[in-house]
Design a protein around this ligand. Structure first.
Ligand SMILES: NC(=O)c1ccc[n+]([C@@H]2O[C@H](COP(=O)([O-])OP(=O)(O)OC[C@H]3O[C@@H](n4cnc5c(N)ncnc54)[C@H](OP(=O)(O)O)[C@@H]3O)[C@@H](O)[C@H]2O)c1
Length: 271
């Protein structure tokens, strides 16, 4: 074990793992963990030097991994890094995720498969690996970044909304399976948030992409607080709470049509 590794292993501060910590909501979640006295293991698909430096400046010890979390290999690398820290994971923010705009029949197979593999398969594998350790220890907090998008059919973002419907549902099931184990599961359900998400999904010209969005720091705070309280799920913001309540009583056909209005390519140019 190197000096750096052994210093990390003997540290008494709690440890949080945050995926997708290079930008947006994940970056802000990691910042909050550091602010609250946690050390960090962070992962993303881009270099994390800048993020690592920022969280270190907050007093956290940080270990980072650049890997594609859509792949089993990427997830195994992340778990190996966690294990090599020789410290239990106190909190896991399974946050990495991506969207993909445009009509489903026009999407590239490799692109939409990557969305499924990142948002569902990679997230679930990480939850399983870290969750088993937490259950054995009888302690741990899990925060899954779902979305209010999971509450409605995602016309022109169909695969993405499907993956978030999976996570919104999965989160409650895992929470119930883990009741009485000391491990809590919380689902953070943001609405449109000002991150790189829409640009990367090719949705700049949509009404949702061009419209007003929530601040990622506020969204992360909502999720962090709910996780700390051990709540089951939390929708960020009053407007989104209203949208979530409305989705529960609106026919799917109507929701699909409303989503068209927000996500159809070119819809943002009418603003
Ligand atoms: N923005 C919104 O409106 C919104 C609304 C509801 C829910 N969400 C959810 O919030 C989460 C964070 O998204 P964001 O809005 O903060 O967007 P973002 O700024 O694009 O951040 C996404 C993060 O996930 C990482 N990531 C994505 N795919 C990855 C992969 N295959 N392997 C490794 N890392 C990967 C990215 O890493 P790289 O930097 O390496 O690419 C980045 O750190 C996602 O799960 C998203 O679905 C977003």
């Amino acid at each position: 074990m190197s000096d750096e590794q052994s210093e990390f292993a003997t540290n008494r501060r709690p440890l949080a793992v945050v995926t997708g910590a290079s930008s947006g909501i994940g970056y802000e979640l990691a910042r909050l963990f550091a602010e609250n006295g946690y050390d960090l293991v962070i992962a993303a698909d881009r270099p994390l030097a800048e993020a690592e430096q920022a969280f270190t400046a907050q007093g956290a010890q940080v270990r980072s991994l650049q890997a594609d979390l859509a792949t089993e290999d990427g997830l195994r690398q992340l778990y190996a890094l966690i294990q090599s820290s020789s410290r239990p994971v106190d909190a896991l923010a399974a946050n990495a995720g991506e969207g993909l705009g445009h009509a489903f029949l026009d999407q590239d197979f490799a692109r939409w498969r990557h969305v499924v593999d990142t948002n569902i398969t990679g997230t679930c594998l990480l939850l399983q690996l870290v969750g088993r350790d937490m259950r054995e220890r009888g302690r741990g907090r899990i925060l899954i970044t779902g979305s209010i998008a999971g509450l409605m059919p995602g016309t022109f973002n169909a695969v993405y909304n499907g993956t978030k419907a999976f996570l919104d549902s999965f989160s409650w099931a895992l929470r119930n399976e883990l009741k009485d184990t000391g491990v809590t599961v919380t689902c953070l359900m943001p609405g449109a948030t000002e991150t790189e998400f829409f640009h990367r999904a090719g949705m700049d010209d949509t009404k949702a992409g061009a419209g007003k969005k929530d601040n990622p720091a506020d969204v992360a705070r909502t999720g962090f607080d709910a996780m700390m309280k051990g709540e089951g799920d939390v929708v960020h913001g009053a407007m989104n709470k209203m949208r979530a309540a409305m989705a529960a009583v609106t026919p799917e056909s109507r929701l699909a049509d409303m989503h068209r209005g927000m996500a159809e390519p070119g819809s943002g140019e009418e603003n």
